[in-house]
Design a protein around this ligand. Structure first.
Ligand SMILES: Cc1cc2nc3c(=O)[nH]c(=O)nc-3n(C[C@H](O)[C@H](O)[C@H](O)COP(=O)(O)OP(=O)(O)OC[C@H]3O[C@@H](n4cnc5c(N)ncnc54)[C@H](O)[C@@H]3O)c2cc1C
Length: 395
């Protein structure tokens, strides 16, 4: 099996997970991250079986189970009365059906677990303060150039540098980002602050309202509740995890919503309310050259309405690892990788975009009838969660 010298731009969840997969397969990997220190923001992340197969293969399942929460069910409820529109099981049933659990956890904990694994393979794998400016590719190698004037050379470059990827910009030009009309609030709240009668069950609860929806789930063994609230607004701001907005605006956006939602908002740290402007980008049918490819948000940016952005990035890393082992050279491996990822990731991106319409229907009657016509659990079990990137046929 060939062993390559691999450069990765970006140490987000996608870049670090890919680094672990590739080092496990025997490659030498260097990950270059622009930030001065590693880490993730204080928000939640959901990890379904399709990504968990890879994490298990890396030996991370027990750490993830320990620090995560396994929700009982996925529940769609009306925004005001809380009436349940549909519910499907996630706990034992998800694990039994797909052979791996559905877990919700703190992003910082998840990133730390992955980064510790990466450093176990190679303590020097991550290079910080390395902002990628561009690359030069030729027949024999690829050179990555940094803002500080230095460079690094490898056999292969993976652009895992996120939504505003420098590698993608050089390869394909910037993806056209269109504001969707939604902003996503995010807060986390210690559960002990919330009165007992307003605490939600240990589930993934999605409240649907006209012009908005909100997602609530637990983190850190149930100590924290994570809230993501999507609202329609003309006030376009930055697409970022770290832009703060006034708590009063968050509160105003959820007037009249279920008491559990209002209690979460009431008891959060009022100077810690973040809001992200949601932009959509069309899927692309090519994201590789001879020695350079993309992975995660840089390859297939998605709206989060199916909670699969990071899961896709983790799947990418596993499929790329397999493609490098199967193909006789890097060019063929990158083609094999993208050929086997494009349709799946495009389907997820399209379904996530379609969920915006489903989650923002205008009237209660429309919401009831939309859910009466569909079976979210059966549908997702059939194609989304059942994918295993370690065993799927690569063609
Ligand atoms: C509100 C919300 C909720 C979500 N919930 C879920 C969920 O529940 N489940 C799920 O699977 N996904 C979810 N996602 C999507 C998920 O967060 C992303 O898809 C995932 O984090 C992408 O990982 P990545 O590694 O590709 O990119 P990123 O996480 O953006 O990482 C990119 C890294 O590259 C670095 N970088 C950028 N530019 C450069 C440069 N020029 N040089 C060097 N380094 C650079 C960055 O600093 C960063 O560390 C959600 C997204 C949002 C907005």
């Amino acid at each position: 099996m060939p062993s390559y010298n691999i450069l990765i731009a970006g140490a987000g969840l996608g870049g670090i997970a890919a680094a672990c997969c590739l080092m496990k397969a025997g490659h030498r990997v260097r990950v270059f991250e622009q930030a001065p220190k590693l880490g993730e923001v204080g928000a939640g992340i959901q990890i379904s079986a399709n990504a968990m197969h890879v994490l298990r293969d890396l030996g991370l399942e027990s750490a993830i189970r320990k620090s995560g929460v396994r929700p009982e069910a996925y529940v769609f409820r009306l925004h005001d009365t809380g009436e349940t529109l549909q519910r499907f099981s996630l706990a034992a049933e998800h694990e039994h059906t797909h052979g791996a659990p559905y877990t919700q956890m703190h992003r910082a904990d998840f990133h730390e677990i992955l980064a510790a694994k990466a450093r176990e393979f190679d303590p020097d794998v991550v290079q910080l303060n390395k902002r990628v400016r561009g690359y030069t590719e030729n027949e024999n190698d690829v050179m990555l150039h940094f803002d500080d004037g230095t460079s690094a050379t490898g056999d292969l470059l993976i652009g895992a540098d996120g939504l505003k990827s420098a590698v993608r910009r050089q390869m394909l030009g910037d993806a056209v980002a269109t504001y969707t009309g939604d902003a996503a609030w995010r807060i986390t709240v210690p559960i002990h602050r919330i009165p007992q009668q307003h605490r939600l069950e240990k589930a993934m609860t999605l409240f649907l309202g006209p012009g908005g929806h909100s997602v609530c789930y637990y983190l850190r063994g149930g100590e924290l509740i994570n809230f993501v609230g999507c609202v329609e607004t003309d006030d376009v701001a930055e697409e970022s995890w770290t832009v703060k907005f006034p708590w009063e605006r968050l509160k105003a956006d959820y007037v009249g919503w279920h008491p559990a939602v209002q209690a979460i908002i009431e008891h959060c740290d009022k100077d810690q309310c973040y809001r992200w402007s949601m932009h959509a980008r069309p899927p692309t049918r090519n994201w590789s050259t001879g020695r350079v490819t993309l992975l995660g948000d840089s390859a297939h940016p998605t709206l989060p309405y199916l909670a699969q952005g990071a899961a896709m990035a983790i799947e990418d890393g596993a499929v790329l690892m397999r493609a490098l082992a199967m193909a006789p050279n890097i060019l063929d491996a990158l083609q094999l990788y993208q050929r086997n990822r494009i349709d799946r990731t495009a389907r997820i991106v399209e379904q996530s975009t379609a969920n915006r319409a489903l989650f923002h229907l205008r009237s209660v009657d429309e919401m009831r009838s939309a859910f009466a016509r569909r079976n979210e659990g059966a549908d997702r079990n059939k194609w989304l969660y059942s994918y295993n990137p370690l065993t799927v046929d690569l063609k």
